[in-house]
Design a protein around this ligand. Sequence first.
Ligand SMILES: C[S@@+](CC[C@H](N)C(=O)[O-])C[C@H]1O[C@@H](n2cnc3c(N)ncnc32)[C@H](O)[C@@H]1O
Length: 360
Amino acid sequence: MAAATTAPAPLDEAKLNAFVGKMVGDVGATLTGALVIIGDRLGLYRALAEQGPLTSEALAQSTGTHERYVREWLANQAASGYLEYDPATRQFTLPPEHQPVLADETSPVMLCGLYQIAQTLYADEPAITDAFKSGRGFGWHEHDSRLFAATERFFRPGYNAHLVADWIPALDGVEAKLRAGASVADVGCGLGTSTIVMAKAFPASKFVGFDYHDGSIAAARRSAERAGVGDRVRFEVASAQTFPGSGFDFITCFDCVHDMGDPVGAAAHMRAALKPDGTFMMVEPFANDKLEDNLNPVGRVYYAASTILCTPSSLAQEVGLGLGAQAGEERMRAVFTQAGFTQFRRATETPFNLVFEARP
Ligand SMILES: C[S@@+](CC[C@H](N)C(=O)[O-])C[C@H]1O[C@@H](n2cnc3c(N)ncnc32)[C@H](O)[C@@H]1O
């Protein structure tokens, strides 16, 4: 007897074509990422911002580059909608609204650092593909070494814009303590930018930054010297679960708790290191609690980084909880409650960050 067969459902041609169109757009953006890095590195965006509109000849001349390369780059950038092209004058413009994203190092929406992160994710793809099969973690320190400076560059404008102006004032009584002189630990501090931003703003306080990655700590020490805050900032190689010291008034974690294998152990250690009236502040990527509420452009970026960076980092450590970069408020509350904190609240947020306050 012949087996019953079910005819496949006919394809919806319009849906197929719409998806092909979307993927062509996405692959265009993916390929163009390398050209964004080139434009950033060679100062092409900055020259357009400062001197534009420019022809390819003028841009090449002012940046010391070869016109034939620049002409092709400009065509891609105009096709991408990043630049505007005037056929009458053959000039290209970086619109004022695009300049904070591509040409202004101080802008909180400068995204060139994120492209540099993307570059390192591609470089590490073979190792992560293997990890999918083996299940082993891949530590933060194992990544392409360009990752560390790229991450610092991506986060720096946000810390400069929000940390002292918005995030610390959103906490209960912390700003006054920092002004008067407080003892502060910045745990998982990476290259120490958040530590140094706080140290510049609150000269009466003392700061120590901890990170388990020795290369990041060495770079943080150099940055503190350059910033002239060496008298009140020190950096030490130590994990969040074991760092030395106690009696801190304020402990911070910037975009690192979800990278830890044992965030409950780290939170318990930080609680024990705080004074009884101390405060813990945690900055995490913006996330809603439910997956379905994170299926948007910001969630897309964070889930990509989480797959290649954050989750493997956690899985490489003891416990290997693997919170992921989109853990959300309720999951984080559970971690801090389990660690013994009695108060936990969302103090403030930006489109990219959640800022939590916890008390012992
Ligand atoms: C995404 S980076 C953020 C670095 C820095 N806080 C910033 O905002 O630029 C995550 C950092 O967490 C650190 N990290 C991960 N697990 C850690 C642990 N268990 N103890 C201490 N640092 C840890 C990594 O070395 C890395 O520097």
